[in-house]
Design a protein around this ligand. Structure first.
Ligand code: FUC
Length: 770
């Protein structure tokens, strides 16, 4: 036996407990934490399993859990295409060429728009209420959402009895589980029931369960939800409620489903689905369901860590931290928490087999939610997925690819009816019925970039994962997105360039011919199809056609104010602080404009962003964080984060954007895109990989001089762990997933090396191999 001296033993114990302590500490830190119940929806805490989501208020004498199931929408299966609209395309184009914008828009509104003109709403599903008689006076209240295990908790004391509630939404078991305990036997007494704000609803109660049926107004979808109670107490069904007496613990499982099967089929049987789900879970103990849930969640969540240090504020209540950040943005842990919250929300709202998060993610309590709580594709839906690859949640991208598959079908019909073109097209909004035609008003709805932008996600997913099988599967969709633009691009009689017309630069300036953004998106799409066809060794002829077209598309231009022109004409208003900054698409998420290949355009793009200023709606701020990161100005990006992370509801702030107490992003109102976009932006300050190399700490703000990140993903199939101190890189470990060649840059040093699949490569802060 090896004899270890006592002092060495002490050292080992010390190091181990230090590591343990720090891990435990780090675990503790990833929480949203409050010392009072939620009064408003934007104070309640979100949980979700991709399809079944809930907001937990945590009130003491009456708990309220408002829940959603992602397929409950208004409306019905419907083709929104405007038959024969293409007959007016030439005339609209001509009017635009003749400078008759109003006439072009009027004709567009009359002959070219979606039928009907508007899409429809995502719906809330129902509410669980739990009454705890005698709990009006309480002490030691705490409410939290633990991002480490995706469990929301409430605890408090009444007459020396400690009451605890846990709520989670399980992906493996497809239920929301509510677990209630009392520290003394038989001290738990409560009544529970379901309700909904739908006009058409019915509640039926049995011995230990209750079922809610809702029917949406203006639509064909109905939802069924059942709660089932397991307890060591006595259950009684009275006055439409389930009353539980003399218990020490109780578990309630909630399942919900609708008759929606897909955008063409509503023949589902929600009663049967709910019954089956509950039959599978009802014999399981809460601990088993919880353990399975945590294991499943952590298989995604634990892949990525981010740490900027903690100056002690992580122990304070979250709403106070947001308020303090407004006054003094020196809470580095709030930023790492924000990134992890973005990851948490993604895992909660986008899992394989589910639908993508809407404008409000999975969470909506209104029959008429803002902007229909639908999918806006001129920034919002795409922004939802900006963090997904870099933050090591690649599988969570899948619902977007399913969505793209759907709209490539509806969009094909729209391409034919509206443009007499091949391929598929999606305009600026899509609902659950996969409407792809232009909606609302031709002045902003007739925008042509939706399908091109969405298709870029297929290519980006490939760039990150190097998954050739995926690329092969999706190549036809990518190609057909390009095919549409190939047919649609139109030779501008004035400039001779190929342009996108009619369209608009979202959502500023009305209908125009040839907005810069469209051309950037189309060029990027064509290039991705060309590269994909080479990788897959297919379609050489089509690729050649695209190669010939690219130089003919109207190029990016610098205007009289030194700005990047938003339109074909040099007519940008330097005073405009409009929230959309669409013509900078090629800076982010695109990459056509960059310091290395197009420094003059980069300068002009930066000038455009200066004109737009540092305020904006939530998602606009998040986009600007990403822009400033690409401009390598970390301090400016950090300044924008300061606005985004300040309290949304303080009138004296007098600007939009900000965060609600539950850290939901404020457009205002709540829109989830800013959460996801800013999480991506924070990572973009630390690592970028869009120019065929990995650049470390490209835009590190002075406020984050020390930190570490692990499990972050770069294009080319690489996973990285690295840390920095005094704002200088200390060490980097690169794991090669696909054996690609790696180019790595830190400041002015660029190294290049071959890699082997699964091998790790370690370098010091000067990029010397270790
Ligand atoms: C776009 C934006 C709005 C809002 C809406 C949902 O139309 O211009 O700001 O985010 O989507």
């Amino acid at each position: 036996m090896i004899n270890i001296p006592k002092n060495v033993k002490l050292l080992i114990v010390g190091v181990c407990s230090y590591l343990f302590f720090n891990t435990a500490q780090a675990q503790k830190e990833l929480k949203l934490y409050y010392e009072s119940p939620a009064e408003k929806w934007t104070e309640a805490l979100p949980i979700g399993n991709g399809s079944l989501g809930a907001m937990i208020y945590g009130d003491v004498s009456q708990e309220h859990i408002q829940f959603n199931e992602e397929t409950l929408w208004a409306g019905k299966s419907h083709d929104y295409a405007h038959k024969g609209a293409y007959k007016y395309l030439g005339e609209i184009r001509q009017l635009l060429t003749d400078g008759k914008q109003k006439e072009a828009q009027d004709l567009g509104n009359k002959e070219f728009m979606s039928v009907p003109l508007k899409q429809i709403h995502y719906q809330p599903f129902g509410d669980v209420y739990i009454d705890f008689p005698g709990h009006e006076k309480y002490s030691e209240y705490a409410r939290e959402l633990d991002l480490n295990n995706a469990v929301s908790k409430v605890s408090y004391k009444v007459n020396d009895v400690i009451y605890k509630r846990e709520v989670l939404s399980s992906y493996p078991d497809q239920v929301i589980a509510i677990n209630l305990t009392a520290s003394e036997s038989k001290a738990l007494n409560f009544s529970i029931w379901l309700d909904a704000i739908h006009e058409e609803k019915q509640v039926t109660t049995s011995a230990n369960s209750q079922t809610l049926e809702v029917h949406v107004k203006d639509g064909v979808l109905r939802g069924v939800s059942t709660i089932k109670v397991k307890t060591d107490g006595k259950i009684e069904s009275k006055n439409g409620k389930l009353s539980i007496a003399n218990a020490s613990k109780a578990t309630i499982y909630l399942a919900a489903a609708t008759n929606y099967k897909n955008f063409k089929d509503v023949s589902g049987n929600p009663q049967e689905l709910v019954k089956e789900t509950l039959e599978k879970v009802e014999t399981k103990k809460y601990k088993k369901v919880k353990d399975t849930h945590i294991k499943d969640y952590q298989s995604l969540f634990n892949r990525f860590q981010i740490d900027f240090g903690d100056n002690g504020k992580s122990k304070e209540v979250t709403n106070k931290r947001i308020f303090d950040f407004w006054k003094n943005p020196s809470d580095p842990q709030l930023l790492s928490l924000y990134v992890q919250y973005g990851r948490y929300l993604m895992i909660a709202s986008s899992r394989p087999g589910t639908k993508p998060p809407t404008l409000q993610g999975l969470w909506n309590d209104k029959l008429r939610p803002p902007w229909f709580s639908s999918y806006t594709t001129n920034i919002n839906l795409e922004m939802n997925y900006w963090q997904v690859e870099i933050a090591n949640l690649s599988e969570c991208h899948e619902p977007l690819f399913d969505f793209i598959k759907d709209i490539s079908i509806t969009g094909k019909n729209v391409a034919k009816e509206h443009y007499d073109a091949n391929g598929w097209i999606v305009h600026h909004n899509v609902d659950i019925w996969r409407g792809a035609a232009p909606v609302n008003n031709a002045n902003h709805g007739l925008w042509l970039g939706g399908s091109g932008w969405l298709a870029s996600h297929i290519w980006e997913h490939y760039l990150f994962t190097q998954d050739e099988a995926f690329l092969r599967e999706y190549y036809p969709i990518l190609k057909h997105a390009a095919l549409f633009y190939k047919d649609f691009l139109y030779k501008d009689p004035k400039t001779g360039y190929l342009i996108s017309s009619p369209s608009n630069s979202p959502e500023i300036g009305g209908m125009v011919a040839g907005p810069t953004m469209d051309h950037q998106i189309i060029r990027a799409l064509f290039k991705s199809v060309i590269e994909a066809s080479t990788i897959l060794n297919t379609d050489e002829e089509f690729s050649k056609k695209l190669q010939v077209m690219i130089p003919k598309i109207a190029p990016n231009k610098i205007g009289k104010h030194g700005q990047l022109q938003e339109w074909l004409e040099d007519k940008d208003d330097p005073e405009s602080h409009h929230r959309h900054v669409s013509h900078l698409w090629a800076v982010y998420p695109g990459s056509e404009i960059n310091y290395e290949e197009t420094p003059e355009l980069m300068k002009a793009a930066k000038q455009s962003l200066e004109f737009r200023g540092d305020n904006g709606t939530g998602w606009s701020l998040a986009w600007k964080v990403n822009f400033w990161s690409r401009f390598k100005d970390g301090n400016r990006a950090y300044k924008l984060l300061g606005v985004l992370l300040s309290p949304a509801e303080i009138p004296e702030r007098k600007i939009s954007g900000g965060s609600y107490p539950n850290l939901f992003d404020a457009h205002p109102p709540f829109q989830i895109d800013g959460n996801f976009g800013a999480a991506a932006g924070i990572i973009e300050m630390l690592i970028q990989s869009h120019l065929g190399k990995i650049e470390l700490l490209p835009a590190l703000p002075d406020a984050l001089p020390k930190g570490a990140i692990s499990g972050v993903v770069a294009r080319g199939g690489f996973e990285l762990d690295f840390k920095w101190e005094n704002s200088l890189l200390q060490e980097v470990i690169i794991t090669s997933k696909k054996g690609s060649k790696c180019k790595l840059q830190y400041k002015n040093k660029l190294i290049e090396f071959d890699t082997k699949v699964g091998k790790k490569y370690t370098f010091d802060g000067m990029l010397n191999a270790k």
